[in-house]
Design a protein around this ligand. Structure first.
Ligand SMILES: [Zn+2]
Ligand SMILES: [Zn+2]
Length: 142
């Protein structure tokens, strides 16, 4: 069984798809994700390049985080963020993009499995998911 997710920005100007099971689904508390997305915690999926069909970079706005090799891409018309490129280059799609395409609900197959860089958090989370103090849980340097 291979799920295909049809995704789009709020105004429909840009669309993209993701196929199968994400490589990662997590909450990232790192300072870089928080800065890039202007949020206290990033709730997102990570994919392999061959699982996603992304809009042409020229059709998007790009916001690069200084010196971090991390860029956030979104629709230049409505301003909605669609995905990011994070170290080591993987496409990252926020859970909220899937919620909008699925009546407000996160598809069960995309449920997050852990908290990453929990030691950098600005909010505490009381749930049963594993808390990885650094990035070691996904093979990133801690
Ligand atoms: Zn748009
Ligand atoms: Zn992060």
């Amino acid at each position: 069984m291979s799920e295909t997710y049809e995704l789009s920005c709020d105004c429909g100007h840009v669309t993209m798809t993701a196929h199968g099971e994400p490589k990662l689904s997590l909450y990232c508390h790192c300072a870089s994700c928080r800065a890039l997305y202007n949020t206290d915690v990033l709730s997102a999926t990570g994919w392999a390049d061959d699982q996603v069909e992304l809009p042409e970079p020229g059709d998007m706005f790009a916001h690069e985080l200084d010196g971090k090799q991390m860029t956030r891409y979104g629709c230049p018309q409505c301003g909605m963020t669609l995905y990011g490129r994070h170290k080591p280059g993987i496409p990252v799609i926020p859970h909220g993009v899937f919620r909008k395409a699925n009546g407000g609900h996160l598809p069960a197959a995309l449920a997050p499995t852990l908290h990453l860089f929990y030691r950098e958090r600005v909010i505490d989370v009381d749930d049963d998911l594993r808390k990885s103090e650094g990035g070691e849980a996904v093979g990133l340097e801690s």
